[in-house]
Structures are given as C-alpha cells and as structure tokens.
Design a protein around this ligand. Structure first.
Ligand code: GDP
Ligand code: MG
Length: 597
C-alpha cells in the first residue's frame, strides 16, 4: 500500500467513555468482521480486563475503508492501555501512530485520564480529532463539553464529531474524519529496515508475537532481524496483520503496522519501544527515547499454605514469561517462610497479578505491605536501592533516605474540593496548581508515591462519592525524614508488616496500625500485646485480651450441631491464617492494617 492511503491512529479516553465500544463499531462498520463474528468488546480479551472495564495490553486492528473520495484506505487502530500503571506502554504505542481520536463522554466531560492520555498524544505530535460520545443520553451536554475541551486541554473542538458508539450515530463521520483530518505516515521503502517494537505477548500456538510499526524499509518472511536493545538475532517465520484475527501477509512496508513471529522463546527477550532492524545492512541508530519499563511498587507474595510454595513458583514463572514488566525473586521471611518479592508497574498491576495467581492457579496468598523503591544513602558514602523495608540498614549507618514523588492530577466537582485538598494534605502533599473548569476543580499535587500506593485511590473515590478522577506520573526522588516502623506481635517483630513512614507521622500511623491489628487478630488463650516500634523504641501499643475459657463452654453438652458448626468455622478460619510465634494472624490483616481510614 502506498503511504498516502494509510492512516494510523489510537483512541484516547477516560475509562468508560466508550473507547472499546467505538473500536467495535469501527471494526463492524468497515466490514472487518461479520455480525456473527462480532463479539461484544472485541478488543478487550482478558477476563480481568473485561471485569474491570480496562484494557491492559495494547492490541491493534487493521481496517479497510472505502472513503467518500472513492479511494480505499488502510486504517490501523492501536488500542492503548487505559490505566496510569501502563503509562510507558501508552507513550510507546502513541509513537507508533500519527493521530488520535479523543473520545469524551458528552454527559461526563473531561476527566483526569482524558488529560493524561491526551497529553501523551500531544507529546507524540499527533493530529487530534475530538469525538463527543454518548450523545444519545439525555444528560449529554455537547456544547458545554466542547467548551471544556477548549478551556482545559486547549485544542479546537469546533469540529468535534458527535456520535453515539452505542446506537451507531455518527460513525461514518468518524471514518471520514480519520481519512481527511489525520496525516498519512511518512517513511522510506529503500532505506534500511527500522521498525518499532510496540508490544509483545505470548500466544499458546505461535509463541511470542511481536507487534511492530515499520518506519523505514520492508520486513519480509524469512528475514533475519536484530533487536537493537540487546543485539539478539532472530529468523522471521511469519508476518501478518490483525483483521482482527491474524491474517498472514507477504511483507510489511513503511507506515504499516502488523505482527511477526520468529521463534522467540519468552516475552522477556523483547522490550517494548525497542528498534528492530535487519541483521545485515541494518539501520545505524535506533529510534529515540527507548527505555525499558521498570517496576515501581514491590511486595512479598507468600503462600498461605507453605506446601504450595512450588506451585506458586511455577505460577509466577509462567506469568513472568508473558509480562516483562513484572519482576520476581525468591524471598525468605522469618515469619512467612519462602515466597517471592515481586515488582509491579503500579497497584493495579499488582492486583491483576495477585488475582490471576489466586484465580487461575488457585493459590491462597499473603501479600505483604506494598513498598516503593527508596534510595538509602549510607554514612560510608555509598547508596543502596531498597525494595523491602525489611532490608533497611541500622539507623547509625544511614545518612539520609530519598523517596519517589509523583505529580498527581485530580479533577473533582467543587463540592468535594475541600475533602480532596485535606486528603492530599494528610498524605504529605504539596499543592502545585488549582484551577477551575466549569463547576469542577483541576488540582495538581506533588505527593510521595508511598502515600499513594496503599489506598489513596480508594479514599479519593470514597470522599468524593466516586466523582473525582485521578492520574499520576512519577517525577523523581526527594529526601525526607523517613524511618522504618516495625510491628511486634506478642513481642516478636513481624517483618511482613514493616513499613517506611515519615517520622512526624510515625506515632499516628503506629497507633492506627495497632488498633486495626487488634480488630483483625482473633483472641487467643493468652494476652497478645501489639506494638509499633522505631529502632528499639515503642511508639504505640494495644493489647488483645485473653479468650475467656467459658466462651466455648456454653456450647458444650448443649446443641451438638451448633458446636460442630462453631468448630468447622474455626477450622475454615484457620486455613487463611499464618502462625507467628504462638499467634495466628489472618491473611487480610497484612493489607487492611496499612489502610489509613
Ligand atoms: P471504555 O472503558 O472507554 O472502553 O468504555 P466502553 O466502550 O467499555 O463503554 C463503557 C460503557 O458505556 C459501556 O457500558 C457501554 O455500553 C457504554 N457506552 C459506550 N458508548 C455509548 C454511547 O454512545 N451511548 C450510551 N448510552 N452508552 C455508551
Ligand atoms: Mg475498554
């Protein structure tokens, strides 16, 4: 295909504004699939994604569209992940296309993720076509939302396309706008091959499938290619496009988007954003801006039942084959035994992996307190990267500690502004900006990542009754007065409950954690003291009173079935607990204790 007849684009939107529904419509109305083949939400393939209404892995589809000018165009849609945890993947896939449809729900208006994603599109120099969706809803206010797009984002919305992805109204206008308003790609067929590795995943039949965007040159079956980041060479055994099923083609030329397979064993051997060229007569310099994606949130995953450690290892290794951004290494904990220290792109990524381990592999897990990466500057002048508060050196060896900070963007209706400012202030936030867009406030805060990883998002949703939207990006490291707080249960330190806290907040945090643990840990036959400590100093304390023996005695000799029930219940409860010294701690304690409400 000649370049003038290609359009490459992505759809950017806040969650639930209709990105998947629009993509399905475009696929449908270009006759790419028949009605019968049309599954709802074609592009979201994983169950968890569908349940949570998010798209985790970027996917793509090639559409053929006969435009009003009588010419047939190839439209390549790249579906980008919609969540902040995957910001790097989003930014790479944006660089693989020339334009974006900016979808905004006309009954809701611009949200935090609309902003974050559209800024990525602007950074990638995209031509942007605003699309107002859900105009079938009585609550739709297209004029107000157009104004908002102009005020808040600063792009012209006069020619926004009005659609209902649900009813199909306006879909032909979207297709025409793609052809007439988005630029064709550029590239040189005769230059050495230069292709961007946009995404890769494991397919049970084909092995690793690599999604590529050809910038220059031509990729053919049988070619020997080199991945420029790690220098590995592979023999291409298949190339093709998605319609949306896989369709083999002979070659991919400049401007085209498609896939290759090359007997690559693991997704780990490919890096998103890398440049692919030919082994011989390759291009000289890779595409700019490549960086491997790095985990930012770490936690320990331990089996509730120690006998399941090998199962957990197998499951984690299988998941890791298909997810290069997830890291794991073995960890031993005095209290929890053998498990893994795992790294994730963010909290959602953590939850997705933990859910899959529990659901697909049927392993009950104890998840320890999530931690960010701290830079520990030691008195001997060296620096260590710490992923686990259990590894914190003794206080005398530590000169100072740096923690990662984020820039958070929050959009919230005026009525809840006060609560949001208070929440950010409570989390050691520094206000950077506060502006108004209609009846909503746009709040920008500098916050420590560690104050956000536990439950910030949940708290934000609850104080604003679900009306606030939130997005963030990591900005860098800053020194603060951070100390390690230990929790002692029955005088034994439980390393899985150790956290890094700001010194000024340690007492409050410690008190809350002790109170929570008092609620969460069942009574025993003896008194159980729960203490929070910094260094050797106790800063908070609670005591769980001993179980009175006559509590169960009530049942004895009485109703047998009731007694049986009580015993069964105790047994079931046991399964989800782990023993620490002489004390049973239930699984949910590890996360619940950290929540700050
Ligand atoms: P995504 O998260 O951006 O991919 O959003 P979805 O495409 O999954 O849509 C979110 C919800 O909005 C779904 O329940 C859709 O059925 C609904 N929806 C999408 N487009 C429209 C529309 O034009 N009108 C109405 N009324 N609902 C829509
Ligand atoms: Mg979707």
């Amino acid at each position: 295909t000649d370049l003038a007849h290609i359009r490459n684009f992505s759809i950017v939107a806040h969650i639930d504004h209709g990105k998947s529904t629009l993509a399905d419509r475009l696929i449908h109305s270009t006759g790419t699939v028949t009605d019968r083949e049309m599954k709802e939400q074609l592009l979201d393939s994983m169950d968890i994604e569908r349940e949570r209404g998010i798209t985790i892995k970027a996917q793509t589809v090639r559409l053929e569209y006969k435009a009003k000018d009588g010419e047939t165009y190839i439209l390549n849609l790249i579906d980008t992940p919609g969540h902040v945890d995957f910001a790097y993947e989003v930014s790479r896939s944006m660089r693989a296309v020339e334009g974006s449809l900016l979808v905004v729900d006309a009954s809701q208006g611009v949200e935090a993720q609309t902003l974050a994603n559209v800024y990525q599109a602007i950074d990638a120099d995209h031509e942007i076509v605003p699309v107002l969706n859900k105009i079938d809803l009585p609550a739709a206010e297209p004029d107000r939302v157009k104004e908002q797009i102009e005020d808040v984002i600063g792009i012209d919305a006069a020619d926004a396309v009005m659609i209902s992805a649900k009813t199909g109204v306006g879909i032909p206008d979207v297709l025409e706008a793609i052809v007439t308003r988005l630029p064709a790609p550029s590239g040189n067929r005769d230059a050495p091959l230069k292709a961007m590795l946009v995404d890769s995943w494991y397919d049970a039949y084909l092995g690793v499938v690599v999604l590529v965007r050809i910038k220059d040159g031509v990729l053919k079956k049988g070619d020997r290619i080199r991945m420029m980041a790690n220098g590995t060479v592979h023999h291409v055994d298949r190339i093709g496009v998605f319609r949306p099923g896989m369709l083999t083609v002979d070659e991919l030329g400049p401007g085209e988007i498609g896939f290759l397979t090359a007997s690559i064993k693991q997704v780990r051997d490919t890096s998103v954003g890398d440049t692919i060229t030919h082994e011989k007569k390759g291009c000289e310099a890779p595409l700019p801006g490549f960086k491997p994606s790095q985990p930012v949130v770490f936690c320990g995953l331990f089996p509730v039942d120690t006998a399941e450690f090998e199962d957990l290892r197998d499951a984690i290794e299988k998941l890791a084959l298909n997810d290069a951004s997830f890291s794991h290494e073995m960890e031993t904990s005095a209290a929890l035994g053998f498990g893994f220290r795992c790294g994730f792109l963010g909290l959602l990524h953590l939850e997705v992996i933990r859910d899959r381990l529990e659901r697909e592999y049927d392993i009950d897990l104890i998840t320890t307190a999530p931690s960010v990466i701290y830079q520990i500057h030691l008195t001997d002048g060296t620096t260590m990267e710490m992923h686990n508060p259990a590894d914190m050196p003794e206080a005398v060896r530590v000169d100072h500690v740096e923690e990662p900070r984020i820039k958070a963007t929050i959009l919230v209706p005026d009525d809840y502004l006060g609560d949001v400012l208070k929440l950010c202030q409570d989390r050691r936030g520094i206000q950077l900006d506060l502006t108004y867009a209609g009846s909503r406030a746009l709040v920008v805060y500098d916050l420590p990542l560690n104050e956000v990883v536990f439950d910030f998002y949940d708290r934000l949703k609850s104080v604003t009754k679900g009306y606030a939207s939130f997005d963030y990006q990591i900005t860098g490291y800053r020194t603060d007065n951070l100390v390690k707080m230990q929790i002692l249960v029955n005088d034994e330190p439980v390393d899985a409950l150790s956290t890094m806290v700001h010194r000024d907040r340690a007492e409050t945090r410690g008190r809350v954690m002790c109170e929570k643990l008092k609620e969460l840990i069942p009574q025993h036959m003896f008194k159980v003291p729960i203490q929070a400590a910094i260094g050797g100093r106790i800063i908070a304390r609670e005591t769980i009173s001993a179980l009175r023996k006559d509590v169960t005695a009530k049942c004895y000799g009485g109703d047998v079935s009731r007694k049986r029930k009580l015993l069964d219940k105790q047994k079931a409860g046991k399964k989800k607990m782990r023993q620490f010294g002489k004390v049973d701690i239930p699984q949910e304690a590890f996360i619940s204790a950290l929540k700050m409400d």
